[in-house]
Design a protein around this ligand. Structure first.
Ligand code: URA
Length: 199
């Protein structure tokens, strides 16, 4: 079976598992997007509202924000496979019944982690770029703070990880912007020195 076939099978298993686990809720799952032959995988935290509406990770405002940063590295969507740790939108409901995003819980992360590891082992990328603490911790399987490892390659069990801050954190913390731009340059250099290209 080719990589896409294996991914489709994995996503079917995931859907059956979580549909049974969260019944009677019907979660909307957002799976990885891009060519499974990609040499570079980007991992975010979890989909937001736009992602569940369009069925792809990092679309809408978060996607535009990510694309602007990617431009700096010379990478573009067709070069990448993009996915999230948690494959449904974690929401909290206000007193007025309005849904808004919340960070995924530790339990949700650990339930999805085996599926993420399998996704990575099918794709077998040359580098895994994590965006923020949630995907970083899913790779390291510990709580190494991103502030101590961002912008440098890290050897982890699933492969070589290049930790970046989450692009949304730059919006909330402008002081991080210089650091983030610096890290993107380092990623660009790493990709070029190691001749990492997607077919
Ligand atoms: N959209 C995603 O798909 N993932 C994130 O982490 C943020 C926005």
């Amino acid at each position: 079976m080719d990589k896409q076939g294996k991914l489709n099978r994995l996503y079917t298993d995931l859907t059956e598992h979580f549909d049974a686990l969260y019944a009677p809720d019907h979660k909307i799952f957002v799976f990885g997007d891009g060519s499974p032959a990609s040499a570079i995988v980007l991992i975010g935290e979890a989909p937001g509202e736009q992602e569940t509406l369009l069925g792809k990770p990092f679309v809408g405002k978060a996607g535009k924000n990510l694309d602007e940063f990617l431009d700096i590295t010379g990478l573009h969507r067709p070069d990448l496979f993009i996915t999230n740790v948690v494959k449904f939108r974690p929401v909290k409901i206000s007193d007025k019944g309005r849904a808004s995003n919340r960070p995924p819980t530790r339990e949700e992360i650990s339930l999805f982690r085996p599926y993420l590891l399998e996704e990575l082992s099918i794709i077998a990328p040359k580098i895994i770029v994590t965006l923020g603490n949630v995907p970083l911790h899913a790779m390291t399987n510990d709580t190494t703070p991103i502030s101590s490892v961002h912008g440098q390659p890290l050897l982890c069990a699933p492969g070589t990880v290049f930790p970046l801050y989450h692009p949304a954190s730059i919006i909330y913390n402008r002081a991080l912007k210089e650091t983030y731009l610096d890290d993107l340059q380092k990623l660009k250099e790493y990709i070029s020195i190691n001749k990492i290209t997607s077919p």
